[in-house]
Design a protein around this ligand. Structure first.
Ligand SMILES: Cc1cc2nc3c(=O)[nH]c(=O)nc-3n(C[C@H](O)[C@H](O)[C@H](O)COP(=O)(O)OP(=O)(O)OC[C@H]3O[C@@H](n4cnc5c(N)ncnc54)[C@H](O)[C@@H]3O)c2cc1C
Ligand SMILES: NC(=O)C1=CN([C@@H]2O[C@H](COP(=O)(O)OP(=O)(O)OC[C@H]3O[C@@H](n4cnc5c(N)ncnc54)[C@H](O)[C@@H]3O)[C@@H](O)[C@H]2O)C=CC1
Length: 445
């Protein structure tokens, strides 16, 4: 069987590795327009903020590894069209040569691109996006310039908040904007996001929330001012981080799509064309919290969906258990993690939910060093008492592991009452006998 994989980043790599490592006798062709593969965007802010010196270790795969396993890999080759009737992929190489690859099964792993705000001045120099390694390099080079003193970041979601920290660490004056009332509003309720907002402000970042960019103005073709619905700011550099949109244009005329344009897939990652699979950021995903298909762009989902598609194409039926959109962020030592839906998001989705909040020390009360407070919220359905979300905030790194338990609870449809008496270990170095997770579940009304 000939399998063509379009896009060789996290999702395409996971599909290719699954097929190459577990199934024999297939011809695998991988095509990508980029010159590199496997770039971990999650490391961009860490590198740009100089928490690591170089970006070299942010790549975990290269074309030679796939060639060694027998795949044909074509980088710097842009797919221009797909003929789904003839089962052919048309592409153009870097040198301008047009090439065609036929397929028995096709994997769309073309991912996503940052959303471009449609406002005047968007074409000016000094306006950047952050997705590719090359875009990270461009921002890194800008931050090295002495002339770049004031940086505006539009969008205080995950990328915006992380790059705001990085620019501050590079000694810049940083202004962070979001249309929402707080940072991280898509992931956390106000009570949690405000902890991050305070942290950002305390570290010298100027937060402008509930404020929308309306125009970018320039001098000699380069950004010099940001105009919002509230004021005008002089800026030397502007970074847009207002979310991703699926790269589905190659297939959206032929395949069924979700309301945001992502390719609709079933639990086997199969699209409305049975010979075409879609994985990662280009595709929808099933949310166990919402109990319906949705769109969540995460590398963790890209890897899992690539594995599921690989096995199903290879011949092993494997159904995806769905996801919770579990995520985390760490800014100037403050960590926030969440899974499922916040109270706001659940209410917006029409769920009738309640919540339980607790605040306590991470470790036992008699340990006075490195014993930070933890803030926890569990969100659950009022009638069924099914857990639909959890949020944690602390300077303690231990919360990073805890959120995964809530992810499993949501996946397995556990109720808040089932969580209350769950056997959680106790050791003073890590927690208290009255664990805050237990106490949050026990105190649910
Ligand atoms: C700054 C940053 C930080 C992030 N941090 C995290 C994090 O901490 N945790 C997390 O889970 N997620 C994180 N993400 C999100 C994560 O990077 C994405 O969800 C992930 O990259 C999706 O992988 P993918 O393979 O589906 O798509 P992509 O990474 O978008 O890859 C798609 C590939 O398809 C190729 N392609 C597209 N169109 C064509 C075409 N026509 N022809 C040929 N090739 C094509 C592209 O060149 C690309 O290589 C972060 C993203 C960014 C930008
Ligand atoms: N730690 C992690 O897991 C990380 C995950 N990612 C993922 O990558 C994807 C893209 O990240 P982001 O671009 O940060 O998207 P995001 O969805 O996290 O945040 C976008 C932010 O932009 C704001 N916004 C939207 N339109 C706006 C406008 N016109 N003006 C001002 N603000 C506006 C939104 O309110 C939101 O807070 C997301 O799916 C994210 O989860 C990215 C970085 C880190």
């Amino acid at each position: 069987m000939k399998i063509v994989i379009l896009g060789t980043n996290h999702a395409g790599i996971a599909a290719a590795n699954t097929l190459l490592d577990h199934y024999e006798g297939n011809e695998i062709v991988m095509i990508d327009r980029n010159s590199n593969m496997s770039y971990l965007g999650c490391g961009t802010a860490i590198w740009v903020g100089r928490q690591i010196e170089k970006p070299d270790e942010l790549f975990y795969a290269n074309p030679a590894q796939f060639e060694a396993k027998g795949a044909k890999i074509m980088t710097e080759t842009t797919v221009t069209a797909i003929d789904f009737d003839q089962k052919e992929v048309h592409a153009t190489t870097k040198s301008g040569e047009n090439v065609t690859q036929n397929y028995d099964k096709l994997v769309l792993a073309t991912g996503s691109r940052p959303i471009i705000p449609d406002i005047p001045g968007k074409e000016l120099d000094g306006i950047h996006f952050l997705k590719l390694f090359q875009e990270g390099q461009a921002v890194d080079q800008e931050l090295a310039k002495d002339t770049v003193k004031r940086v505006a970041v539009i969008g205080a979601g995950y990328i915006g908040t992380e790059i705001a920290e990085a620019a501050k660490r590079r000694g810049k004056e940083v202004l962070l904007f979001d249309a929402a009332k707080t940072s991280l509003a898509s992931y956390y309720d106000e009570e949690f996001a405000q902890v991050m907002d305070e942290n950002l402000t305390n570290h010298g970042i100027s937060c402008h929330f509930g404020e929308c960019a309306t125009a970018f103005k320039g001098v000699n073709g380069r950004i010099s001012q940001l105009v919002t619905d509230k004021a005008t700011y002089d800026v030397d550099l502007l970074i847009n981080c207002i979310g991703f949109t699926a790269n589905s244009a190659l297939a959206s005329d032929h395949l069924e799509t979700f309301k945001n344009g992502a390719i609709l897939v079933n639990e086997y990652q199969q699209t409305s064309d049975p010979d075409v699979y879609a994985v990662g950021d280009v595709a929808t995903i099933y949310s166990n919290a919402l109990q319906e298909k949705t769109y969540i762009a995460l590398a963790s989902n890209a890897v899992r969906t690539g594995i599921v598609a690989g096995h199903n194409i290879g011949g092993t039926t494997l159904s995806s258990p769905g996801v919770q959109g579990s995520n985390g962020i760490s800014i100037f030592g403050l960590h926030l993690t969440s899974t499922g839906l916040s109270l706001q998001a659940a209410t917006r989705a029409g769920l009738k939910v309640a919540f339980s909040d607790v605040e306590d020390l991470q470790k036992a009360w008699f340990l006075h060093e490195d014993n930070d407070k933890v803030k926890i919220r569990i969100v659950y359905e009022e009638d069924s008492r099914r857990i639909v979300g959890a949020q944690l905030a602390s300077h303690s790194e231990i919360i990073a592991g805890n959120i995964n338990m809530f992810s499993l609870a949501i996946q397995d449809h556990l109720t808040i009452d089932q969580l209350a008496l769950l056997d959680l270990f106790f050791l003073p170095h890590f927690n208290s006998p009255y664990n805050y997770m237990t106490m949050a579940a026990l105190s649910a009304k």
